[in-house]
Design a binder for this molecule. Structure first.
Ligand SMILES: [Zn+2]
Length: 294
């Protein structure tokens, strides 16, 4: 097989570009996100789109080249790249390698569409396995599925009564539900505030308090040195609200606020502020607890 024209890139360059795009997709992208195979000239993009791609070392289980629709197509293999991702077993970012013999490529509805079923295994523990479903449409690779789903455990510093909002926000973010992720993260902050004894007292005096007023009351409960040292939950709430309303905000607002929230709550726990425990019973009124103990 030879390239269709004199200007076409050698096979190896297209194969490298394909593997590189796949590596980026599996390492850095989330469900339903995609990556384009980076090529130089326009003709090369067409070559990528019209080829039948299959992982190196696998056999063709359906041979589209022998079909009428496969006329003019070329089979091209690509190396399955190692990927650096989180391993739940090792509890760290580790190198995953493809289990080549189990990987498959399947022709899609049109000659330029394919699906890849890719099996990866943690190279450290050799226990954790992840299956990816990747769809190719022309020169674009999309992460169509992943088993198990990418999940984030809520850190221990989060109060258990509200941690699920934070955890659900992370899942929404990693499955491409950007707006839902922002709403859930903002909801986490609001629910956290509402369960604090000081806020409950303020609400019992004025049940019609707006959420921004609740945020201000919360800020006033914090020691000055704490506010100087740790990020502000109210600022996170404002940034998330702006993003939800479609205002111009930093593109990584979700990740930024997720991290700021954790720093803030870690600070509360470190300083032993009231309501900062991870009690399964939710926030407790420290004063009432002390009375009960006495
Ligand atoms: Zn592992």
């Amino acid at each position: 097989m030879s390239p269709a024209s004199g200007t076409a890139a050698p096979f190896s360059l297209l194969q490298k570009a394909f593997s590189k795009a796949l590596q980026l997709l599996l390492q850095d992208k989330h469900q339903y996100q995609s990556v384009d195979v980076e090529v130089g000239a326009e003709g090369e993009a067409e070559e990528v789109a019209k080829s039948y791609w299959h992982p190196d070392g696998t056999r063709l289980i359906d041979d589209p080249l022998s079909q009428p629709s496969g006329a003019g197509m070329q089979a091209r293999s690509f190396a399955l790249p190692p990927i650096q991702i989180w391993c739940e077993e090792c509890q760290s970012g580790t190198l995953f390698k493809a289990d080549v013999m189990r990987c498959r490529s399947v022709q899609g509805k049109s000659p330029t569409e394919q699906s890849f079923l890719l099996f990866y295994q943690c190279n450290d523990c050799l226990k954790r396995r992840i299956t990816f479903l990747v769809t190719r449409k022309g020169g674009c690779l999309e992460l169509s599925g992943r088993d198990p789903l990418e999940t984030q455990k809520a850190p221990a510093s989060l109060p258990r009564a509200t941690a699920r909002f934070y955890a659900d926000a992370q899942v929404a973010h990693h499955t491409g539900q950007a707006l839902a992720a922002l709403c859930l993260l903002r909801q986490f902050i609001e629910q956290f505030w509402l369960k604090l004894p000081d806020i409950q007292t303020a609400l019992s005096l004025d049940p019609r308090l707006r959420v921004d007023e609740i945020g201000e009351i919360y800020e006033r409960t914090l020691p000055i040195e704490f506010k100087a040292e740790y990020p502000s939950l109210m600022r996170c709430h404002e940034a998330l609200t702006a993003a939800i309303n479609g205002d111009a905000v930093r593109p990584d607002v979700f990740q930024f606020c997720s991290s700021e929230i954790l720093d803030h709550l870690d600070g509360r726990r470190f300083r032993r502020l009231a309501g900062s425990t991870a009690s399964p019973f939710g926030e407790v009124n420290v004063g009432a607890t002390r009375l009960a103990v006495i």
